[in-house]
Design a protein. Structure first.
Length: 294
């Protein structure tokens, strides 16, 4: 007899695949940041994404692209593009661990938006996760200590953009397929990165990737698609307040990568802040697991 998989367990498996994709995307972004502007990285990522998702849709059927929620897709992609810009911008200026730790404030903003927009209830464990998240953020940024890099604020703003995108994703996953969501993501975000490159006078000159830089460009495009496909599948199985905290395992892994390959020091304040956020979200995750089992 087949064993039915628990929804939270299924979401955890999809988020594990997303976690690997996000780490590879971060490393690729760091490698590219020294040579290309953020807008050019996002543009090539979108071009690769259109080709990949277009090929998958061609194989599986164009009918799954039908949607009556174009405005929701547009809102999601404006928010997600803002999040991506802040994230990739920070990768070239601050440590990998700090970028990921600041991105981990996303559950704080997601829980608040989920309560306001989706009507998800703010239970006591979710309130604890919010308080722990704010405390962790203060430890990481240490306002007034004179150590906060301006790029950290860009990453923090990007985390807010991600939170809004997650809310749209949770809503869209109830009516549209993951491939549909990804297709419109790449299609809509392509001109969002092309227009600034064409119109803004202070943007660096367009550069054609050479040699191994093409490998990093392709990896950015592939992992961006795989990460969001896996995350969309996870959202179909569990609430936004459950799915997003599962991503916290990224921090120790990316900290090791930054230490080994880039010589980045392990900032104790960043680690303590992220640990505080993780503790709050672990309490929330255990409560959600028990609630769903009941």
């Amino acid at each position: 007899m087949a064993v039915r998989q628990h929804p939270v367990a299924g979401a955890a498996l999809w988020m594990a695949a997303a976690l690997v994709s996000f780490i590879l995307m971060a490393v690729s972004g760091r490698e590219l940041a020294a040579s290309f502007s953020t807008f050019q990285i996002l543009l090539i990522r979108s071009v690769i994404g259109v080709l990949l998702i277009g090929g998958l849709v061609w194989l599986t059927g164009w009918q799954q692209l039908r949607t009556h929620r174009v405005k929701a897709h547009l809102g999601r992609n404006i928010a997600h593009f803002a999040g991506q810009y802040g994230w990739f911008y920070g990768l070239g200026l601050i440590s990998l661990a700090e970028v990921i730790a600041l991105e981990f404030t996303t559950p704080v903003w997601t829980a608040l938006l989920a309560a306001l927009v989706l009507g998800e209830r703010l239970t006591a464990p979710r309130w604890l996760a919010l308080l722990f998240g704010i405390g962790g953020l203060l430890l990481i940024l240490r306002p007034g200590a004179g150590v906060m890099h301006p790029a950290a604020l860009a990453v923090l703003a990007g985390a807010m953009g991600y939170a809004a995108a997650y809310i749209f994703t949770k809503s869209l996953s109830g009516t549209d397929t993951p491939l549909c969501i990804l297709f419109y993501m790449t299609l809509m975000q392509l001109p969002m990165s092309l227009i600034p490159l064409s119109l803004l006078p202070d943007q660096p000159q367009w550069l054609m990737p050479q040699g191994e830089l093409w490998v990093w460009m392709v990896l950015v495009g592939v992992t961006a698609m795989s990460a969001h496909y896996c995350m969309t599948k996870a959202f179909q199985l569990a609430d936004a307040g459950v799915v997003v905290p599962l991503d916290f395992l990224r921090l120790p892994l990316i900290a090791v990568v930054g230490f080994v390959f880039y010589g980045e020091a392990l900032d104790v304040w960043v680690l303590l802040g992220a640990l505080l956020m993780f503790g709050g979200n672990l309490i929330n995750l255990r409560a959600e697991w028990r609630r769903q089992r009941a």
